[in-house]
Structure formats: structure tokens, C-alpha cells
Design a protein around this ligand. Structure first.
Ligand code: 2HG
Ligand code: ZN
Length: 468
């Protein structure tokens, strides 16, 4: 174990927390599924300090858990229970190094929150087209380390698609400065993409160059009541056929999940006269002034209402109404947490298979646990459903959580039947490494293990995560 005094000498008194009351919040995930222990949270303020810390840890073989906003859904940023792992928090690496509205790029340190990054881009009259429910706390380093997806993937892709360059501290303390901001750079292996999605198992992302896009000048959003996921998909295909390039978000919510939001989140209001089995949030946006988003939104909706694909709908008339509609969607996780224990399945299938997947997985889970409450929601436009399962009313939360593998395996059987993925956008973390051999075994997992061994030969980078 690395001597804390040597770490303190690198980062200063301000950069190290050792008191258990200070380290406790860093040692558990926000859902409190994992309760780890750490001798210290190290908070370096510069890339040089990160490098010195990592070099020292490599010499002493001290495991490091990199942590950003600690918003992981899969326990990716919590240390082990045995107190052997240090947490390296990126919070103090929080400078915006550059924004260039001509190149349409921004260079940020890992600890800048996603929300601050979005605001900085807007300040330069551009837009960072990545939006996730936890963006107020999630930090750029973590967002890239897990290749987050979110609400705008349907239009702009995942975090991976927005990265032009990276600065990474490697597992031996070497700093790789790959902060290039080139649109074309065809020079061998694409190393940055190795670190994006590696969940801190190969190195620590300390800074990144992200692509920006023109700022949306016109945004139109509707909240629609539909009878079924089939109707939601039908509405999606209608918007796609009409103006696919205008869709900036297309989200599904279940009636029950929305009920939880209305019950637990202060100020949440259903903007429709009556409740429905499912809802869709559709957002259209364009950087073109006079781009006709409102009329596009309306004309497809009118036809869909006429054809009874949509039962009722409301279009936001103000920024406040737009925010209120998004809030119904974004508070789903928090509301589910307040409602009780839940087992999450962040899965994806081809978009066309979402309705069949939801039906199949619902039947499978109801058969396993009668009374289980199914809360499917999420990014239907990407085929990414958060097929979350809430404990039956009045049941013991601990008992329910103990069924997690049985439930996840049952859902995954349906995912597999539709050629989907067992992890769409939240990553593997501590929750899903056991699934890796089954889903990615053979040549693929063997290659990942060889990469891990080559880049982190002493195994100090986020051990116990991602790989089985
Ligand atoms: C979202 O889409 C997040 O809101 C969280 O990915 C999903 O709570 C979840 O399962
Ligand atoms: Zn999501």
C-alpha cells in the first residue's frame, strides 16, 4: 500500500481526504448498492499531479479507482470493500482549456461537469450535443470513460462519436498527450477510442477535445400519450419518414414510471387530461432559423392523432413547458429510487424490435415474480430501453435485490433473442462483469484481456470492474 504521506506530498493537504466521514460519500454509489471502503480519496489538481500519483501507485502496486461525478449505474466508480483501493477523484481537474467556435471544438479537463461543458459551448454560440439525466453531476472524464449515450444519441451518436482528442495518464504514470483537434487524422491505431468506454481500467482520462455542433435555434417538443410501444415505434417511423434529420430526441416512458415521477418529484405535473399506458417525448431541433420545427412536429402529430396512433398530445409553448416535459423523463431514475428497490437492465435491441422485446421481457419477469412492477423507459429511438424492475409493493427490498441475477438473466435471454446487447449505455462496472464471458467470450474477451495486460501490467487500474 502506498504511504499516504507520499501522496500528500504530491497533492498537498487540500488534495487528500482520509477521514472516514469525508471518504464515505465517495465510497458508495448513488443507489447505495455498493458500500466500499478506501484509505484515501486523492484529489489532484493537475495532470502532472495525476501522473505522479499513478506512478507512485504503480511502484507500490496500489489499486486506483478513478472517479468523476460518481453517477455510475453499475458501481463502476466505487472501491472494493476490503479497503485496499484508493479513489482518485477528478473533481479538481475542472478547467476549460479552450473553446474554438471556428474549429467547433472545446478542450476540457476531466472534472468539468457535463452541464458546465454544455453551458460553455452555448456561451460560444455552439452546442455540445450530449445530454444525460445526471449531467449536473457527471464529469467529462467519467462520461467518456463509460462512453455515455443519453438523450441525443438518436441524432449525434454516443460520447465516443464526439471525441477528437484525449489526454490520458497511463497505468505507469506516463502522460499521453493526444489532444489533437483534427477532423482527419489517419495515423495508425485510434488510441483515443481504446480509452473511451474502458471504464478506467486502462488509464485515467485527464482532458479531452470534444466536437461541437451549431447551436439549435428552433426547438419543438411534444409529450404524447400512446397505447403501446408498438404505437410509439409507429410514431417514430412517421417522424423519420417525414424529416429524420430533425429528430433530436425520441424517448419512451411507461404509465407506471411516469406515475412514480408524479408521486415522488415535487412540482411534476402530467400535462395531459388523463393518464395513458405509455408516453413519448419527441423533440425536433434545427440550427436553421425559420426551420419549421413547430409545423413539422404538428403535421406528423395531427396525422398520427387522426390514425389513432397517438391518443392525445401537448406541444410546449414556452421554455418552462419544455423543461417541465423533460423533467418528467429525466426524473425517472430518482422517482424509481424513492419508490423502492429496483433492478436495472440497460439493454438495447434493434429499434424495430423494441416492442417485441418489451412484451417478451415483461412476460418473463412477471412469470418469475408475480406482482413485480415493470418500468420500461428510455431511448426508444436508439433501441435502448431501461427495462427497470421495481419490487412488488410491500415486499422486502433486500429479498428483491437478491433476485437481481435471475431477473437480469431472464431479461437478457429476451435481449439475445432479438440480437441485442446486455449493456447499452451504462457500461459493465461491478454489476455485469459476470456476463462478459457469456456475451463477449472467445476471441473478443481474450483480445480485451490482452489489451488490459499490455496497458496495465500490474493490474492497478480499477480492478474488479468491466472484465470478469
Ligand atoms: C436515463 O436515461 C439514464 O435517464 C438512467 O440512463 C436510466 O435509471 C436508469 O435506469
Ligand atoms: Zn439512459
Amino acid at each position: 500500500m502506498t504511504h499516504l504521506s507520499a501522496l500528500r506530498a504530491i497533492v498537498g493537504d487540500h488534495g487528500i481526504l482520509t477521514d472516514p466521514s469525508d471518504t464515505a460519500p465517495y465510497s458508495q454509489d448513488w443507489r447505495r448498492l455498493y458500500q466500499g471502503r478506501t484509505p484515501a480519496v486523492i484529489r489532484p489538481a493537475t495532470t502532472r499531479e495525476v501522473a505522479d500519483v499513478v506512478r507512485l501507485c504503480a511502484e507500490t502496486r496500489t489499486p486506483i479507482v478513478p472517479q468523476g461525478g460518481n453517477t455510475s449505474m453499475v458501481g463502476g466508480a466505487v472501491p472494493a470493500e476490503d479497503g485496499s483501493q484508493l479513489i482518485l477523484s477528478t473533481s479538481r481537474l475542472n478547467r476549460v482549456r479552450a473553446v474554438d467556435p471556428v474549429d467547433m471544438t472545446m478542450t476540457l479537463e476531466a472534472g468539468v461537469t457535463l452541464k458546465a461543458a454544455q453551458d460553455t459551448a452555448i456561451g460560444a454560440n455552439c452546442m455540445l450535443p450530449l445530454s444525460i439525466s445526471s449531467e449536473g453531476s457527471a464529469q467529462i472524464g467519467g462520461v467518456l470513460a463509460v462512453n455515455a449515450g443519453g438523450n441525443n444519441t438518436v441524432r449525434y451518436g454516443n460520447a465516443r462519436d464526439l471525441v477528437l482528442g484525449l489526454e490520458v495518464v497511463l497505468a505507469d504514470g506516463t502522460v499521453w498527450n493526444g489532444l489533437r483537434r483534427l477532423r482527419k487524422d489517419n495515423t495508425g491505431y485510434c488510441l483515443r477510442q481504446l480509452f473511451v468506454g474502458s471504464e478506467g481500467t486502462l488509464g485515467i482520462i485527464t482532458a479531452a477535445v470534444l466536437k461541437l455542433v451549431p447551436r439549435s435555434r428552433e426547438i419543438a417538443i411534444a409529450f404524447c400519450a400512446v397505447r403501446s410501444p408498438e404505437d410509439a415505434l409507429e410514431l417514430f417511423t412517421r417522424y423519420q419518414a417525414h424529416d429524420a434529420a430533425a429528430i433530436s430526441a425520441f424517448e419512451l416512458m411507461s404509465g407506471l414510471g411516469t406515475e412514480f415521477v408524479l408521486k415522488h418529484i415535487e412540482g411534476a405535473v402530467l400535462p395531459l387530461a388523463s393518464a395513458a399506458p405509455f408516453y413519448v417525448l419527441v423533440e425536433l431541433a434545427t440550427p436553421r432559423p425559420g426551420g419549421g420545427m413547430r409545423s413539422t412536429l404538428e403535421s406528423v402529430l395531427e396525422d398520427a392523432l387522426e390514425a389513432s396512433v397517438v391518443q392525445d398530445a401537448v406541444i410546449a409553448e414556452s421554455e418552462a413547458q419544455r423543461a417541465a416535459i423533460w423533467r418528467l423523463r429525466e426524473e425517472h431514475s430518482e422517482a424509481q429510487k424513492r419508490e423502492g428497490a429496483s433492478v436495472k437492465n440497460d439493454v438495447s435491441v434493434p429499434v424495430s424490435k423494441v416492442p417485441a422485446f418489451i412484451r417478451g421481457a415483461t412476460a418473463a419477469c412477471e412469470k418469475l415474480i408475480p406482482g413485480i412492477r415493470i418500468v420500461p423507459f428510455g431511448h426508444i429511438g436508439d433501441g435502448n430501453i431501461h427495462f427497470n424492475l421495481e419490487q412488488p409493493e410491500g415486499s422486502d427490498p433486500a429479498w428483491f435485490l437478491a433476485q437481481d441475477h435471475v431477473l437480469m438473466d431472464a431479461v437478457n435471454d429476451v435481449v439475445r433473442a432479438y440480437d441485442g446487447s446486455f449493456s447499452a449505455e451504462h457500461g459493465i462496472g461491478r454489476l455485469k462483469p459476470y456476463m462478459m464471458p457469456d456475451w463477449r467470450g472467445g476471441a473478443e474477451l481474450a483480445l480485451m484481456q490482452r489489451i488490459k495486460a499490455a496497458l496495465d501490467p500490474t493490474g492497478i487500474m480499477n480492478p474488479g470492474k468491466m472484465l470478469p
